[in-house]
Structures are given as C-alpha cells and as structure tokens.
Design a protein around this ligand. Sequence first.
Ligand code: 8X3
Length: 268
Amino acid sequence: MYFCHINTLNFQKMKGKIVFITGASSGIGEGCARKFASEGSDLILNARNTAKLESLKAEFEGKYGSRVLLLPFDVRDRKAAENALASLPEEWKGIDVLINNAGLVIGVDKEFEGSLDEWDIMIDTNIRALLAMTRLVVPGMVARGRGHIINIGSIAGDAAYPGGSVYCATKAAVKALSDGLRIDLVDTPLRVTNIKPGMVETNFTVVRYRGDKAAADAFYKGIRPLTGDDIALTVYFAASLPEHIQLAELLVMPTNQATGTISYRKKE
Ligand code: 8X3
C-alpha cells in the first residue's frame, strides 16, 4: 500500500531543464553534472578549470547528446560572475535549477592559530560567492515564476568540530542563507534545498590537507565514504520531486558515520 502511494508521485522529468552548476569540474559538482546530463538536462557548467570543463562537455555530448554551455570563471570574482551571466545567450537565460556547489576547506588549524588568508578564501567562496550567484540568478527565476536553488551545505554546518571552526562557520552560514532565501521566496513557486553531506571522498579532502594525499587517504581509512556521485543522487532527487514538495534540508552520511565527529572505522 505504502509503495503504491509512493509510485503515484509525479516526479518531474529533468530533460530539457537548464541546470547551472558552480564548481562543476570535480567532486560533488562533477557528479551532479554527470547525473543531470544522463537525465537529458541542459547544463551550464562553471569552474576555473577550463580544460576539465571541456572534457566533461565532450563526454556528455558524446554519451548523452547533451547541450552543454561552459562558463569558466572564479566564483569569487563578482565582476566576472556578472559578465558571465550577462553573456548568456537568450536560450540559456531561463535557468531552472541553480546548484551552488563551489566550496572548499583549507587546513585543520585551531581558530587561534590558522591563516587569515586561507580563511578569507573559504569565506569568499563558501559564503560570499554563493550569495553573489544567488543574487544574480534568482531574480530571473522569480520573474519566470519557476526555479530551484540547491545549496551544497555540510554536516559541518550543524555543529563545529575540532580543526573545522571557520569551515563549519561557513557551512552554518549556508544553512542560514538557505533558510532565509526559503522565507523570502515563500510566496513564490520557487524551492530552496540545503543538501548537507557528511564524509565524501573527493579532492576536497586533499585540499583540506593542503595537498597531502597520504593524510587525505588516512582520513578515509577503515570507512567507506560517500562519493560525489552518491550526493548527486540526492541532489537529483530533490530537483525531480513533484513541484509541491520542497525538500528543505537533507543530511547525508556514510552508513558508518553518525555525526561530524563520530564514525566507526574497521581495523585493518
Ligand atoms: C565536508 C564534510 O565531514 O568533512 O563538508 O565536515 S565533513
């Protein structure tokens, strides 16, 4: 009976929808790009790594016959973001889904010892750039009366953990910005989702350890972490839910993770 009811839900087809992904060249962003491409969406892909974006475009065009537009710019550069959005050809302006994915963590330092410059990079990317993209894209969605903003938050935004102070603060900000935007859009058909991944194995952790691959590998030892593709499934689920369902927030962890600080690692 329960399953029958679920089956009657009218999931939206993402084919032909315009999906804009920031930080699309790796990790969760790349996973989202591949998932939406495989479902027939039209993709606007942003990242700084133009060569990687071009190889994804070629892959998706070849495999899925996708329509892909590349918008390589640094999301922290507000002028570049404005120019890139203004340069969109008319047929690409009607963005249906904005995935604010670009984000990073550098270092595992204590709050009284770390580098202010590195923290600026995190704050500029994870908060200010997400806000700038929202400010650039959402007015058009409001005018068209349709759209979905999916922010990639983190379990780190729920509670601070050792060595994560500033990163956790940026992801708490993503939660507040998602909640605030949902409030501001409550009288519209637009939806806002905050996806909060736990442990995901991507290049993200290598950057956290400032390029130390061995330290990043040790972080995942004894536990099966999620992948960018796993998180992409949940992003796609949120986007394709029937229009009257707004998945406000989703915390997604590996089975052997319980909180930001508690996980079970098999001894090897
Ligand atoms: C990254 C997830 O567990 O490293 O946002 O905080 S975690």
